[in-house]
Structures are given as structure tokens and as C-alpha cells.
Design a protein around this ligand. Structure first.
Ligand code: UFG
Length: 333
């Protein structure tokens, strides 16, 4: 049984990948400081509560587990916060990736799968954007991830026989486990679909719509929303690629088409049955107008076949999760 070490496995995306790995029969160990993750979200394998900055604990845990591959999810992920607090992003994302890679090299771990982001592209000249487009991030979040990608590229070039990686550039990840076991559970969620659904449930008085004067058909930003279980499957496909001897590579993870913020809000109202209040606000700093993925490469090279390319399905699964989470919280109190 292959062993996979997962940083950030108690977080939103990491926990869905841990679930997929466990269901596929891999042995998993999660390493997470629980800053934004949750113990209950780790459905398979053990959890070591630790910080990536704790080099002795990280190295010892890795040495003891002896993984065949490392998957690195632990990171800070909010565009707006990165503009306000850039050093947090360079520390949590770039510096921690560097330290993790030093430990990985020290122990000779040969495979690495990295959570990158569409934010590395900035404002692409053409969309859907392909993996070969220039990387020109417009916020520290994207810049911090681009630097980590550079570390990986340089490291794999220096040691092509003993270190290979796949970087997956996520577009807008949303939705939740169909079985209602896990989903997004941040303490202060900022992502559109989650904010909209929590507003529908009455947890916020209104939803702010950031920017209505973008050069898009309805003036609001366009994003490529991908279901988290499809993204988890992309990680398993990347892992199989590396285990089968495939080379280092980079793939977009999106469906190739997008929806505007207004379209998402309308559907969220429809699915929840609540006509919640929407307040038009100024543009949020660091937001590109439109970002969608060219996804032919991952389909061809990794044979990835998305199952949930349907915004209604995505929002419905998130809506079910919101209700499930509230029931859990109520049953505890
Ligand atoms: N938005 C609102 N109101 C909200 C929240 C979001 O109008 O309350 C808007 C944003 O301004 C943006 C769109 O909805 O136009 C999507 O915003 P999210 O915060 O949901 O997601 P982002 O597009 O900022 O971030 C996502 C991923 C990143 C990825 C980035 C690329 O989280 O990993 O897309 O831009 F890098």
C-alpha cells in the first residue's frame, strides 16, 4: 500500500483529497496545525497536529512515516487578505513550501504534489487560459504560489532522477462531499458561494457584491467553479502519473467555462429559496475580471474526467453541507 503524507489534510480541499485517497486504498497521514482545518474532517488515516514551521517535528514525522509522495495543501488562500497582509502569505506559502522541500530532499522523498492556483496568471491576455500563459500575478497570494512553483521547477531540474512533482493550478473550488461528511468550514469564510449561502441562512444580513463595472457582459467578475470532489480526483490522477514514472508537470484544474458573480448569486437564491439582500460594493483589491481554465491538458495527460461540471450541482451540494453543519453545531450546544 502506497503511503501519502498530506499537509493541510484537515482543511477544505485537503480533507476531500484525504477522503479520496483513503477510499482508493492509500495509507494517509495528515499533518495540519488546525489553524483553519478541523480534526473531524480527517476521515482516513492519522492526524499529526503540527506546524510546517516546526522543522524538527515535521522532519521526524516524515522520517517515521516514510511516504512515497507528499501532497502539500497547507497554505493561506484569501486574495483580499494577501493584499492587506502580504508577509503572512510569503511566510505561510513560500517559506513553508521551501522548508517542506528541504525536509523532503533531506529524506529523499521522490514525489510531490503541489496546490497551486489560477491566481498565478494574474489577468490573462486570453481566456480560457492555458498552462503556458505568462505568469503575472496581481496579488501577493498568486505571487507567493508562483514562487513555490519556481522552487519546484528548479529542484526537479537539479535532481530529475530523484525528484518529480505535479503542480495543480486550482480555479474556484466549491461544493462539498455528496455524503454530507465534509465541506467548507472556515471560521470566517470569504468565498462567494459560501458567503451567499450563509447569507441565505441568515448568518449575515446581506451579501456584498464586489464590483459591477468590470468589462464583462453583466459587469461582474467571471470565475470557473470546480467541484471539490472533481479536484480531489485530479490529485489522484496526478499521483498515479508520478507513481507510474510520469515526468514533472503543471496542470490547470477547472472546467473551461465560467459564471459571473450575478449568475452565482441568482442560482444561490434559487436553490436556497431565499431572496437574500445583495449590496453592490466597490471592487475588491486583487480581483481579476475573468478567469477560466483551458483544461484539455489534464484531460489528455492525466485522463481526468470531471463528473460534476454543473454549477447547480455544486451549489446544491454546498447548500446541503451548510444545513448539515448547522445541525451539527446545534446538536452540540
Ligand atoms: N465576491 C463577492 N462577494 C463576496 C465574495 C466574493 O462579490 O462576498 C466576488 C469576488 O469579488 C470575485 C468572485 O466573487 O469576483 C469570486 O471570489 P472568491 O473570493 O469566491 O474567489 P476568488 O476568485 O477570489 O479566489 C479564487 C480562489 C483562489 C484563486 C482565485 C483566482 O480562492 O485560489 O480564485 O482569482 F486563485
Amino acid at each position: 500500500m502506497k503511503k501519502i503524507f498530506v499537509t493541510g489534510g484537515a482543511g477544505y480541499i485537503g480533507s476531500h483529497v484525504v477522503k479520496a485517497l483513503g477510499e482508493a486504498g492509500y495509507e494517509v497521514l495528515t499533518y495540519d496545525n488546525l489553524a483553519t482545518g478541523n480534526r473531524w474532517a480527517v476521515l482516513f488515516g492519522d492526524l499529526v497536529v503540527g506546524d510546517l514551521g516546526d522543522r524538527p517535528l515535521l522532519t521526524e514525522t516524515l522520517r517515521h512515516f516514510g511516504p512515497d509522495a507528499v501532497m502539500h495543501f497547507a497554505a493561506s488562500i484569501e486574495v483580499g487578505e494577501s493584499v492587506a497582509n502580504p508577509l503572512k502569505y510569503y511566510r505561510n506559502n513560500t517559506l513553508n513550501a521551501l522548508q517542506l522541500l528541504e525536509a523532503v530532499r533531506e529524506l529523499g522523498i521522490p514525489r510531490f504534489i503541489f496546490s497551486s492556483t489560477a491566481a498565478v496568471y494574474g489577468i490573462p491576455k486570453t481566456i480560457p487560459v492555458s498552462e503556458t500563459a505568462p505568469l503575472m500575478p496581481i496579488n501577493p497570494y498568486g505571487a507567493s504560489k508562483r514562487m513555490s512553483e519556481q522552487l519546484l521547477a528548479d529542484l526537479s531540474q537539479a535532481h530529475p532522477d530523484s525528484f518529480r512533482y505535479v503542480a495543480l493550478r486550482y480555479f474556484n473550488v466549491a461544493g462539498a462531499d455528496a455524503g454530507g461528511r465534509i465541506g467548507q468550514a472556515y471560521r470566517n469564510p470569504t468565498h462567494l458561494i459560501t458567503r451567499a449561502l450563509k447569507t441565505a441562512r441568515g448568518l449575515y444580513p446581506s451579501l456584498q457584491l464586489f464590483g459591477t463595472d468590470y468589462p464583462t457582459p453583466d459587469g461582474t467578475c467571471i470565475r470557473d467553479y470546480i467541484h471539490v470532489d472533481d479536484l480531489a480526483e485530479a490529485h489522484l490522477a496526478a499521483l498515479r502519473h508520478l507513481l507510474d514514472g510520469g515526468g514533472s508537470d503543471i496542470f490547470n484544474c477547472g472546467y473551461g467555462h465560467g459564471y459571473s458573480v450575478r449568475e452565482v448569486i441568482d442560482l444561490a437564491k434559487n436553490i436556497s429559496g431565499v431572496d437574500f439582500l445583495v449590496m453592490e460594493a466597490d471592487r475588491r483589491k486583487g480581483d481579476p475580471p475573468a478567469l477560466t481554465a483551458r483544461s484539455d491538458k489534464i484531460k489528455e495527460v492525466l485522463a481526468w474526467q470531471p463528473q460534476h461540471d454543473n454549477l447547480e450541482f455544486i451549489i446544491r451540494s454546498a447548500w446541503q453541507w451548510e444545513q448539515e453543519m448547522e445541525e451539527r453545531l446545534n446538536s452540540r450546544s
